[in-house]
Design a protein around this ligand. Structure first.
Ligand code: NDP
Length: 404
């Protein structure tokens, strides 16, 4: 008997909520709350019509700790799953530690006025969670999330020492629009227009945005232009993976996406500072979000696959070893199952799995944790059962999926 309270009612929430309902032996009571209650009601109705599982709904402003505490007090959940936006991470964490309830999210805290994400303020809440006797699991999406678990699995079961990790995120989906983002446009554009960064020999090396490009030949997808970005899972992996000499993150982007983004950036549309327009203050990137297609509407139009995984090399029994662990997901299959495209699916499923493992007591602790701090095996097993099967290629140490 476990109660979950899910906060946020966007694309990721749609998948996570449905997957919780499909695991109703663990999630015996589900409440979905968000800023716009009608969006919760819509998701709840679809799930009830299809699976016969009742989902309670509520309205909440997750920027407001008091409102959250009141809601948590009323619902009395065992765990709160935060699939709202990264801006709400701290308020929801504070409400959870105050109410002594477990917390799970999928993205690093970010302040709305500063395009910078880091774990510092979330890790600082470790004592609060310890005192409350509950746990916070950070970044239980795909990347961060499954990518951390792939690295943990390699460290725990495949290698004696890991030296190099390349996280490769390929979305080869085509939605037919000249320009749209696959998840919240504001968060997505802030992430990809920022400077790149990777970690080598104990220090961070900064690059200009999109300065480093490589072509990776993604299994079951093919060769794609991939750009080095800073991505949040690297911050915890450099702490928790022993022997690491370098970790990088690459994401695929098409020509059209990059040209549009550069142009929008050049004219100031990615700005996060308010500007005066006809006597009204507007934040350019928020206005742009209003103009762009809602990522939730891309589902029925998107065709193609995603491939996200990690190429990991190091030592086993004194010999060089290299593996590629990845998941391939098909946009149309995801839509058929959940009415959401693969980017929401690959995030919503691990969000449910992280919550499930905590509620089942398979992942337990007091304080604030990242994914790689737990035994990877139960999570890897759940991925295979819950719709995100993974594959592993044993590579020759000299072999590479890079296309020169
Ligand atoms: P959406 O923009 O589709 O949905 C966000 C939801 O949060 C909306 O329902 C929104 O409400 C709600 N919300 C926003 N502000 C508040 C607030 N103050 N109070 C209550 N509810 C609020 O985003 P996605 O579903 O695409 O993404 C959800 C999360 O998943 C984000 O944090 C994103 O960064 C993360 N993510 C993680 C990935 C990973 O692999 N780890 C990959 C992709 C996304 P309203 O409907 O009223 O606007």
């Amino acid at each position: 008997m476990s109660k979950i309270l899910i906060i946020g009612a966007g694309g990721v929430s749609r998948v996570a909520t449905k997957k919780c309902a499909m695991n109703s032996e663990v999630f015996t009571s589900i409440t979905l709350a968000s800023r716009t209650k009608s969006k919760c009601d819509l998701i709840a109705k679809e799930i009830e019509d299809e699976l016969g599982i009742k989902i309670d709904t509520a309205k909440v402003d997750a920027d407001n700790v008091e409102e959250l505490v009141e809601l948590i007090g009323r619902v009395e959940p065992d765990l709160v799953l935060n699939v709202a936006l990264p801006y709400q991470d701290l308020t929801i964490m504070d409400a959870c530690s105050a109410c002594k309830v477990h917390y799970v999210d999928t993205a690093n805290y970010e302040h709305p006025d500063e395009a910078k994400f880091e774990y510092k303020l979330q890790w600082q809440r470790d004592e609060d969670f310890k005192k409350a006797g509950v746990m916070a699991l950070l970044g239980s999406g795909f990347d961060p999330g499954v990518t951390n678990v792939f690295c943990a699995y390699a460290q725990q079961y495949l290698f004696d020492e890991i030296n190099y990790i390349d996280i490769l995120d390929c979305n080869a989906g085509d939605h037919g629009y000249a320009f749209a983002t696959n998840f919240n446009p504001e968060i997505n554009l802030r992430e990809v227009s920022a400077k790149g960064r990777y970690w080598e020999d104990g220090k961070w090396i900064e690059t200009e945005p999109m300065e480093i490009k490589m072509v990776w030949n993604y299994p079951k997808v093919g060769p794609k232009d991939s750009y080095l970005l800073y991505h949040e899972e690297m911050e915890s992996l450099v702490k928790n993976i022993k022997g690491l000499k370098r970790i990088r993150f690459f994401m695929t982007f098409g020509e059209s996406y990059l040209t549009h983004m550069k142009c929008l950036e050049n004219v100031g549309m990615l700005g996060i500072e308010p500007v005066e327009h006809n006597g009204t203050k507007i934040v350019p990137i928020e206005f742009l979000k209003t103009l762009l297609p809602d990522p939730a509407t891309l589902g029925p139009r998107t065709k193609g696959k995603t491939n996200i995984g990690c190429v990991i090399s190091g030592l086993k029994d004194g010999k060089a070893k290299k593996v590629y662990i990845y998941n391939v997901c098909d946009h149309e299959a995801c839509y058929k199952e959940t009415k959401a495209q693969a980017v929401s699916y690959t995030t919503g499923v691990p969000a449910m799995i992280g919550s499930k493992l905590i509620l089942e007591g398979k992942w337990s602790g007091k304080g604030v944790f990242n994914m790689e701090q737990f035994d990877a095996k139960p999570f890897m097993e759940e991925l295979n059962k819950q719709g995100l099967p993974w594959e592993i290629i044993e590579m020759e140490p000299s072999e590479s999926f890079e296309v020169k």
